[in-house]
Design a binder for this molecule. Structure first.
Ligand code: GUN
Ligand code: ZN
Length: 438
């Protein structure tokens, strides 16, 4: 087994920072190292100490003066929407009907799904995202293409075949029975293979009949360890239409509650317009509200109330995500840059330690995977990235006057993108430079 020593400045979080001065929330090593073997971080800490415990002939990679952080985690995106990004629409429902649904129809073709899956993973690696929670299309072919590529690259990925049986073009509809059979087939074929996780994925209440929601309910009962993902309370017209379709429900959240879809492994994209009652139910069930800043701005959906949700007496768990292709960037740095601005517009602050916590350990906790990803702790997956705060001439000029770690993180978040990702390590192997070399 090859053992590698990777040297650089290390930053890894233990918990959410309570303020910009809360240095107990993280570990920072100004001359640190990771010892990597068998795809895992074996040791982590000060360079001298880690080197002393390493084999004599260990191969060493020196990334100084750059910063090493855990690989970014994106908790909500749509892999079949790479060619939907940057589509000109007035709002969510117009965007879905005009661009998104027609494009997703193409994923019935394996060749197309495979081509886009390859490009998708290339972009993840280029942008420093080592784990993502993805929607495939309704077609099993799309899930097969996605998981096969994740397995080939040995990446930890969560994804699901979308379940949808109404209010979309014929080429994008399954039936309750098909969604049951195909979701089970995807679980059988891919869950636990390599680092693949399958998520039960009813798209949203508008595109599922009550019969299909019953199927989702029974799948969640039968596979309680699996993640569940759907959309909730993104847009006012979407909410009104949902309430028309499910008149017996108290509100949008209650639709999902009635079908047993809330819980600590459940991720709800958007949650912008929840009532207090809905937020209480989210809190009681440990469900996660997923903040998708670039998408929410692009589609004009609204301002996610991050602080209002997380500071209530009954707090709601949150995570952050790109929501490609409603989102406008693969970069989690850009995503957090827009998150910052959304909080500014609500008179709230998002300090740079908060942002880096959210992209790493915070999102890992939201996925109940913090024992495997999201930190640089020994015993976790060796998925980490190397960041350069002077990646462009404009950043280099600004970096001349940076004199603290928080300044550096804020510069990376505000001006950085894929060019700031010097290297992306996946299971201990340099994957970004391998792309360039291929
Ligand atoms: N709601 C249902 N489907 C989608 C989707 O693909 N993107 C977004 N942003 N919202 C949705
Ligand atoms: Zn989405």
């Amino acid at each position: 087994m090859t053992t590698t020593l990777i040297r650089g400045r290390l930053l890894s979080f233990h918990r959410a920072p309570m303020s910009i001065d809360d240095s107990a929330a993280y570990s920072y090593e100004s001359d640190g190292a990771l010892l990597v073997a068998g795809g895992q971080i074996v040791a982590s800490g000060a360079y001298a100490a880690v080197k002393a415990g390493a084999p004599q002939d260990v191969a060493e990679i020196d990334h100084r003066p750059h910063l090493i952080v855990p690989g970014f985690i994106d908790t909500h995106l749509h892999f079949p929407q790479m060619q939907v990004m940057a589509s000109y629409a007035a709002n969510l429902l117009e965007w879905l009907n005009t661009y998104t649904f027609p494009e997703e129809c193409r994923f019935v073709e394996s060749a197309h799904a495979e081509r886009i899956a390859t490009r998708f993973f290339d972009e993840m690696v280029r942008h420093g995202t080592t784990t993502a929670t993805a929607y495939c299309s309704v077609h099993k072919t799309s899930a097969d293409a996605f998981f096969a590529e994740a397995l080939r690259r040995d990446m930890r990925m969560i994804a699901g075949k979308v379940m949808m049986d109404r209010n979309a073009p014929q080429g994008l509809l399954d039936t309750p029975e098909m969604s049951n059979d195909e979701t089970r087939a995807v679980i059988r074929d891919w869950h636990g293979k390599g680092r693949n996780h399958v998520a039960i994925t009813p798209r949203f209440a508008i595109t599922s009949t009550p019969e299909q929601m019953e199927v989702a309910k029974s799948l969640v009962r039968e596979f309680p360890d699996l993640h569940v993902q759907t959309h909730l309370s993104e847009n006012r017209d979407e909410i009104a239409f949902t309430c028309e379709l499910y008149p017996e429900a108290k509100d949008y959240t209650d639709v999902y509650a009635r079908y047993g879809l809330l819980g600590p492994k459940s991720l709800f994209g958007h949650c912008i317009h929840l009532s207090e009652r809905e937020a209480d139910v989210m809190s009681e069930t440990g469900s996660v509200a997923v903040f998708c800043p670039t998408s929410n701005l692009f589609l004009g959906s609204g301002l996610f109330p991050l602080r209002a949700l997380s500071r209530r007496d009954r707090p709601v768990r949150t995570s952050v995500a790109s929501d490609i292709g409603g989102g406008t960037s693969y970069s989690m740095l850009k995503t957090l840059d827009e998150a910052y601005k959304i909080l500014q517009l609500q008179g709230e602050r998002l300090n740079p330690f908060d942002s880096f916590f959210m992209m790493t350990r915070g999102n890992a906790e939201a996925l109940s995977l913090a024992d495997k990803i999201g930190t640089l702790e020994a015993g976790t997956d060796a998925d980490f990235i190397v960041l350069d705060m002077a990646a462009t001439p404009a950043m280099a000029l600004r970096a001349e006057v940076v004199n603290s770690l928080s300044d550096e993180l804020f510069l990376l978040q505000t001006m950085g993108d894929d060019r700031s990702i010097v290297e992306t390590y996946v299971a201990g192997k340099p994957a970004k430079s391998a792309l360039a070399a291929a």
